[in-house]
Design a protein around this ligand. Sequence first.
Ligand SMILES: Nc1ncnc2c1ncn2[C@@H]1O[C@H](COP(=O)(O)OP(=O)(O)OP(=O)(O)O)[C@@H](O)[C@H]1O
Length: 466
Amino acid sequence: MSRNPILIVDDVETHLTLFSATLEEAGYDIVVARNCAEARDGALAHQPELALIDIVLPDGNGIDLITELKTRLPALKSIAVTAFATVDRAVTAMRSGAIDFLVKPLDPDQLLAAIANAESGRSIGQQDRGSRVDGVGFDCPLGSSEIMRDVFDTINAVAGSAAPVFITGESGTGKVRAAETIHARSGFRDGGLIKLDCSTAAPERIEAELIGESAHWDARTEGKGIPGAVEKAQNGTLLLDEICALSLPMQARLLGILQSGSVTPLGGLSPRPVNFRLICTSTIDPRAEVNAGRLRADLFYRLNVVPLHLPPLRGRGMDVVEIAETELDKLCAREGRSFRTLSTEVKAIFLDHNWPGNLRELMNVLWNIAILHDGPVVEVADLPAYLRNPQASEDGVQNAGAFSLVSSNPFDGQTLAEIERRAIEHAIQKEGGSIPAAARSLGVSPSTLYRKLDSWGKPVRGKRDL
Ligand SMILES: Nc1ncnc2c1ncn2[C@@H]1O[C@H](COP(=O)(O)OP(=O)(O)OP(=O)(O)O)[C@@H](O)[C@H]1O
């Protein structure tokens, strides 16, 4: 509990009353102010330890007030509060020196959690992450943004059913994790989860991998061949990762299996009944694939019984900070480090960054930090260079593969073909030479990349079939 009071700055009487009552009931002393002028006087007179500052005030801007109070009272920790959540606002608030960013309406528990976290140097969301995460069975934090609540609700609702789920989202948003969670919470969990990545399986093997093969393709050996993913998933879950990469003939095969509830392995003579729960993922928009004639509409509608879209990390507000701090805890335990939190500047950079590689990129950044550095607080100097100074990344393209068109145009003077080539080479480099992984991150099929590399006369260093 704080010894110094908490300053609440808000011009809306109902908010002031709610915040004051909640904090007083929890045993905090409070000082209230209805505008910037009162806030300045109250802060100087009472030397609060914490301030909750609405960013729209009648005589000024809460962001400027946070900056000003930070200069006058360096020990004061300010939390910005707003009724309109945008990442821009959150970034601006963090850059002004706010340690956290809250969105109204706030319930009393959220408010107390934010105060407790501020006192212990952590960010909002960490306190309730355990219950939310456990609540849906994830073994990792997902964040508590509004947009993720729909995701939790869908996962909870669908897990107990046998309905097919079609998970979409950019690369690294956690589609496979979500599929694993649905499986782990379903009645199919005892049958196991069989995953087939349709984009990395070699085209000449995909049919056998999906439906299996009889040993010698004749009646004498029927039943002794190699089972395909469909049969391996018997009574369990079949996860078809990047389903849009399946060729049209293979899509027809899959549709046949789903319609008949049976599979005839390559060279097999009779169909075998199958029972599994199907989950598909796609990094590319399946509807666009249907429109382009690359995905059968009848298959798509059969698979898309429950659509689940995982939003990119950059659209999820404070989730990135919440997830980063939680994962940092785990990494520190593993690597023997003592980081407890992220500095305000690092939080602002995280909120500002585009995260084209989504959670995968975030995890790699944290791992990099935990291996190379140590200390109670992650500082800007601990970040990989491309995050410290995105504009200075070697080739003018943001290092993580995203193109920021906002601040400057790194493509000036280049043809479209040159930009495409640099983007592809960059993605391959970033994925350690793996063509399939680079293809996934670019949202194209590996064969597209192989074709491009061939046309440039480049040797293929990555593995074709991971
Ligand atoms: N909520 C989370 N917290 C921490 N790490 C996560 C979370 N979700 C996913 N990850 C990690 O991020 C990485 C990407 O997750 P996953 O493979 O599920 O994403 P994906 O959307 O299927 O990616 P891709 O489309 O590239 O295959 C993995 O290393 C995974 O462990």
